[in-house]
Ligand binder design. Sequence first.
Ligand code: BYC
Length: 490
Amino acid sequence: MGASVTYMAEISEATQQAIDYSQRIPNNVDLANDRTLQRALEKWQPAFLNWWTETGPANSANLQVYLRTAVSVDRDGWANFAYVRMPEYRWGIFLTPRDEDRTIHFGDYVREPAWQDVPGEYRSSLRRIIVTQADTEPASVEQQRLLGATCPSLYDLRNLFQVNVEEGRHLWAMVYLLHKYFGRDGREEAEALLERRSGSVNNPRILTAFNEKTNNWLAFFMFTFFTDRDGKFQLAALSESGFDPLARTTKFMLTEEAHHMFVGESGVARALQRTCEVMGERNVADPSQVRAQGVIDLETMQRFVNFHYSVTLDLFGSEISSNAASYYTGGLKGRYDEAKIRDDHLLGSDFYEVQEIENGEAVNRRLPALTALNARLRDDYTNEIQAGVDRWNRIPEKFGIPFRITLPHVGFHRKIGNFAGEYLSPEGRVLSKEQWERESTDWLPSEGDHEFVGSLMGRVIGPGKFANWIAPPVRGINNLPVEFEYVRFD
Ligand code: BYC
């Protein structure tokens, strides 16, 4: 208990100006002066904690975890690090400060003042966008519930928990918007967010990728690299919104998201590093020989990449979407870095190249830019993903190993959009269903792959110790040594 008390004292000293931690729900939105909202959220709070206990990280309630907590929404000073028992984490509501002069910068209302309230005609669209975003946050925590039991190190265990508590806070961020701006329906949606469950047959999460299992650490690192980055791009598009409270809350969420993607990129890089080290030291290259050394063969990593990338591409929606067009013209959801793009921000007469299948071949088509906004956001995402894959590939290169990770074609293994119902190879060849069934076992992780990766997942909790399949990180958290006791079990 002692550590938690110190933590509270440190927080309250450091935060007076920015975030009010004296409240039951920490916030920087002056919640104390909106009693009805405060009461409604205080009623939701125990339901959230029940959800956390029931579906959050398993067997973690008594652990002391070296976590960061937001102390201010300023660019420089928002993170405070201390040992925390996770059920005592101070989840709260943090928005970046309001810019009184902010105007809408795209769509039909361009140059009008940003909305401080929900315009009646966009109420249901905005609610839907917010609910879809919100639903992913608890879903990912549910997907990762059991990973603590097989952590490759204390450093990694701490990172998992950091990601989990922050996804919990992102849920708070969206629930605040639902409660404050959407009245009774908003409150009902907020309750439903705690009732749906990842992978449930009767009441699943909204988007498919969030019903998949994340049952080993390779999948976790791939998820945080690929899927959290979809989070980044979707949040960035929402941070352009003309609905100012949505823009302000997603801007702050983005600062938290950066660490999640770091966990993913560095996690996969460390697995690659370890495999390449072992391949070099013991002079093995064949996947079965590599596996016999207790590390993950590069071919299996490629299959995980193929799976997580393709499943995440589906999260961008259909390439051609009238929903996306109307969100844009309505000023609800912009493009990535909208404010930095130099054009009319209306897109009425612009075109964008989108791939589709024509006569059994994937071809490019110039289509109205307005309806192709999901494709554009997805392409921006892919560019960033490719840069990360290029960084990964420096590792086998450094070891003189010819293998390179590649991203499959955008049409590979897709369930949503232009390629849904088609069968494409990773190179983009259009196949028959029979060919797909024969060949796709080489491209996607098999049950055997999952079993093998699962078999490597032991629990390593000695400070400074790491599972055999993964290299230590280059540095620790918050400038601390890698051997630091990031999680305490007493
Ligand atoms: N699965 O016009 P369409 C994150 C439905 S991740 C199932 O193509 P639209 C995070 C769609 O609902 C970021 N259904 O799509 C990461 C519609 O249904 P109806 C989450 C899907 O609306 C890691 C129909 O297909 N953020 O933050 O343009 C850890 C046709 O819709 C899917 C957001 O999603 C799918 N994948 O775009 C933690 C942002 N895709 O109307 C967190 C908010 C489409 O026919 N959401 N459908 O019944 C949005 O902006 C949009 O809803 C989407 C879809 C981009 C998701």
